[in-house]
Design a binder for this molecule. Structure first.
Ligand code: PGA
Length: 243
């Protein structure tokens, strides 16, 4: 699909194919540079991607022993060991199954009293290792990337955000009830994400059609956070189940 701006679009025939194409890109990245810094994402969309990465690790095709990782976001007030935390999600889906060193794993800490300092230190830690080489992203039904909700200034680094009702509604499947979904999260900012050298955005399923349409329109606006990606020179969008 031609893009008026910078995005490269890849249409996948199925969810499995989307996951495999994304895994191919990350594998290529790790083969070129084993000490890559990877930006990781959570949610339903990348689960197949992580399965694929674990399968390739088990097949001896890939190693993470020199790799560093930084996750996009975490809920505020949730212990990393809690089953609803994104740290737990990453352990279950990827980290427990591969050879990445624990000290090279970074997920924002959401259960701290000093979130502002935690946020600043997160960006500093990313910068200290030379920045993220390849960042994985999903997209929210409202166009958020990470937890950067509509209206977020593109200039923000890692910060604390209040989640919108639509995001809490979308994520309540992971909780007993809506009231249990945290109201706040700590997230890499749009500026943090945009500093990644390469970005891979996964879009899957009909619930993302409106977000897909807006992204494809090419309009760049802070009301639609993912539109910042049009200003980045190396974004691959892999999509399936959306037109
Ligand atoms: P999902 O979340 O993969 O669970 O749809 C994506 C996102 O909110 O960024």
């Amino acid at each position: 699909m031609p893009d008026k701006l910078n995005l490269k679009w890849i249409k996948a025939a199925s969810y499995e194919e989307m996951s495999k194409i994304a895994a191919d890109l990350f594998m290529e990245q790790l083969h070129e540079k084993p000490e890559s810094v990877l930006g990781m994402a959570t949610g339903g969309t990348p689960e197949g991607f992580y399965k694929e990465m674990v399968a390739r690790y088990n097949a001896g095709e890939i190693s993470f022993v020199h790799t560093k990782s930084f996750n996009l976001d975490e809920y505020v007030g949730v212990d990393p060991k809690n089953v609803t935390s994104y740290h737990y999600y990453m352990d279950q889906n990827l980290f427990n199954h591969i050879d990445i060193k624990r000290e090279n794993i970074h997920v924002p800490v959401g259960n701290t009293d000093d979130l502002a300092t935690t946020a600043l230190e997160y960006d500093a830690a990313i910068a200290a290792v030379g920045g993220i080489d390849m960042q994985l992203l999903g997209i929210g039904v409202n166009g958020h990337i990470g937890f950067n909700e509509p209206g977020t200034p593109f200039s923000l680094g890692t910060n604390v955000v209040e989640l919108t009702e639509s995001t809490r509604e979308a994520n309540k499947i992971y909780f007993d009830k809506l009231e249990d979904v945290p109201t706040h999260a700590i997230t890499m900012g749009i500026d943090t994400i945009m500093k990644s050298k390469k970005i891979v955005l996964l879009i899957s399923g009909a619930s993302k059609q409106e977000a897909m349409n807006r992204l494809r329109s090419g309009e760049i606006t802070e009301d639609f956070p993912a539109s910042a990606l049009h200003n980045h020179g190396d974004v691959t969008v892999i999509y399936t189940g959306v037109k």
